[in-house]
Design a protein around this ligand. Sequence first.
Ligand SMILES: Nc1ncnc2c1ncn2[C@@H]1O[C@H](COP(=O)(O)OP(=O)(O)O)[C@@H](O)[C@H]1O
Ligand SMILES: O=P(O)(O)OC[C@H]1O[C@](O)(COP(=O)(O)O)[C@@H](O)[C@@H]1O
Ligand SMILES: [Mg+2]
Length: 327
Amino acid sequence: MYQIKCIGVLTSGGDAPGMNAALRAVTRKAIYHGIRVKAICRGYKGLIGGEIREFQTQDVSNIIQQGGTIIKTARSEEFKTEEGMRIAYENLRKEEIDALVVIGGDGTFTGARYFAQEYPDIPIVGIPGTIDNDLYGTDYTIGYDTALNTIVQAVDKIRDTASSHERLFFIEVMGRDAGFLALYGAIASGAEAAIIPEIETNTDQLNELIEQGFRKSKNSSIVLVAESDITGGAIGISNRLKEKYPEYDYRVTILGHIQRGGSPTANDRILASRMGAAAIDALLDDQRNVMIGIVNDEIVYVPFNKAIKDEKPVDKKLMDIIRILSI
Ligand SMILES: Nc1ncnc2c1ncn2[C@@H]1O[C@H](COP(=O)(O)OP(=O)(O)O)[C@@H](O)[C@H]1O
Ligand SMILES: O=P(O)(O)OC[C@H]1O[C@](O)(COP(=O)(O)O)[C@@H](O)[C@@H]1O
Ligand SMILES: [Mg+2]
């Protein structure tokens, strides 16, 4: 069996609270096992650019509570090319890195999978770091819980104005093409509805809300809308409302990047610590091209192709909960 002597670690794609906690766990667990650690700055972009430096245990001191990622992140078009991948591989060889831990989302794992096909001698393990929670094979991704809590805090504040002015608010949350933040954010904030891309009857959802529920017993309403071309986002939905029901006094709030920042919650720190340690265990166990997942509180290994390609289902019954609890 080939023994891993040095790993590279990078964060890639959108930053997520808890990425630093994962970086800390990967670094310390590797060093604990006598493996050297090299941090690659700015994701695949920095791998191509050779932005690589060795980390000691003190390099990850005092970061468990910090949002963002101290080793920076980036989205790299060059890594999608043959030439970009070749340069990346040469840099790994030059640095004597013989395995890679990538912390990111579906795009990061797609890149890792193609890279592994081209250069199979470098085992890669992925850690799911994205607020979107859109990866199959894991109940949670790092950053999702923090983003959800940020959404709830923001909606609580907006509700003050909604109820004082007796207004309807459409609040857009992130998620790319996934509705987890909108759906669970709606339940946790007591919103009257969630409009998510996984349920394609958005017009019906809007009509149902307005005709059956809205303003029967309340003078204000909050609707969480997942960003997506399918939903049209909060602006798209509100434009449709304006056409059909011009009498409503409504406002649109797009929460935007506040959802990506801030100190990670205890849950995200624990998840990141467990997943970071598990990534090193996986490499020691000769695993390759797998994402670390968590299912029913147990660590699992999910092949990259499954994590990326398989649809992660949302529990549509939760829409009923929102509807029933907002009568
Ligand atoms: N098809 C691909 N081939 C090679 N690399 C890819 C591919 N898709 C994504 N990547 C790499 O992964 C990076 C991060 O992906 P992105 O979708 O931006 O974020 P996330 O990993 O958070 O989903 C991209 O900037 C690119 O460098
Ligand atoms: O910050 P950017 O580059 O505008 O990207 C916004 C996108 O990144 C996210 O915040 C996180 O997505 P990823 O984790 O896939 O990068 C999405 O919810 C959002 O659509
Ligand atoms: Mg993604």
